[in-house]
Design a protein around this ligand. Structure first.
Ligand code: CP
Ligand code: NVA
Length: 314
């Protein structure tokens, strides 16, 4: 396998500098698109897109982004490929590496993504797994820089399940000197090994990590509240058992009223209005989720430029 930072498997593999450079490049690409139009940074490159789970934002922004960079996206059909069933993951990856210049993957198990990276020779980009969603975290970072000017010293309070999005936001926060607060019901915390990994990184970079089981405690010093669905893709059978635990973890007007003035809200989307977030907050000018959704496009273009221009002849 190439060095792990030739891929985007998890932000754990990316240095603080690489994260900051990617956010800076995303801001630059966003501004270039408005002033100069599409570019040819990925001219002649083909990117394979393998999605085992549904998607609106990720699949669209990768396809549009690749088009805007002069490359071509092709959709790979999981049903037809039968990864690990019709053919081994290793052989599929070896073949794909002979034809495409990068692979964007949304799948259940992180191990599948890791194996594709291990046996192939082209960059593999995590478009969401059960454990991580690094592209979402980078788009969040870009949105924070646009709104607050910087990441260091800012506090994000994630209200809900200690899930894939929370995990990637936590790593981004640890590496960039932010404070990360999780408010979740008991038993829905982030994995202990990930917290153990991140704790010294928070300390090194001047940030902090806290967990509360009361959302009211968590929002008191927040610059931004982060929301996500209570039941992630693939956990549908847990819906009924989870729902009752999470009812107090809704972002609504009364919770936001306890946060400092100027505290913003965001959501990775799709939102379940009336569950983890109310209509009023979704439609409020304090909600940056649609800016963040737009920034998925720019952040992922920056990721592809970082990974592909470094490894491919132009
Ligand atoms: N936030 C996000 O990844 O959206 P999709 O699931 O629609 O891609
Ligand atoms: N935690 C959610 C994020 C969706 C973008 C899920 O995995 O379904």
């Amino acid at each position: 396998m190439q060095n792990r930072d030739h891929h985007l498997l998890t932000l754990k593999d990316w240095s603080r500098e690489r994260i900051q450079e990617t956010i800076d490049l995303a801001l630059q690409l966003k501004s270039d698109l408005k002033t100069k139009g599409p570019s040819d940074r990925l001219r002649g490159q083909t990117i394979g897109m393998f999605f085992e789970k549904p998607s609106l934002r990720t699949v669209t922004t990768f396809q549009v982004g690749i088009h805007q960079l002069g490359g071509e996206a092709i959709m790979l059909d999981p049903e037809s490929i039968g990864l690990g069933k019709r053919e081994s993951i290793a052989d599929v990856s070896r073949c794909l590496s002979r034809w495409v210049n990068a692979i964007v993957v949304r799948c259940f198990k992180q191990e599948l993504l890791e194996k594709l990276a291990e046996y192939g020779s082209v960059p593999v980009i995590n478009a969401l797994t059960d454990e991580f969603h690094p592209c979402q975290a980078l788009a969040f970072g870009q949105t924070m820089v646009e709104h607050f000017g910087a990441l260091r010293g800012r506090t994000v309070a994630f209200i809900g399940d200690g899930n894939n999005v929370a995990n990637s936001l936590m790593i981004l926060a640890a590496k960039t000197g932010m404070n990360f607060t999780l408010a979740c019901p008991k038993g829905f915390e982030q994995p202990a090994d990930l917290v153990e990994y991140a704790s010294p990184i928070f300390a090194q970079n001047g940030g902090s990590y806290r967990v509360f089981n009361d959302p009211k405690e968590a929002v008191r010093d927040a610059d931004i509240l982060y929301s996500d669905v209570w039941v992630s893709m693939g956990q549908e059978e847990q819906k009924d058992s989870k729902q009752s635990h999470f009812l107090p973890f809704q972002i609504n007007d009364s919770l936001l009223a306890l946060a400092p003035q100027g505290c913003m809200v965001t959501h990775c989307l799709p939102a379940h209005r009336g569950e983890e977030i109310t209509d009023a907050i979704m439609d409020s000018p304090r909600n940056l989720c649609f800016e963040e959704a737009e920034n998925r496009l720019h952040a992922q273009k920056a990721v592809m430029c970082q990974l592909m221009q470094a490894t491919l002849p132009r």
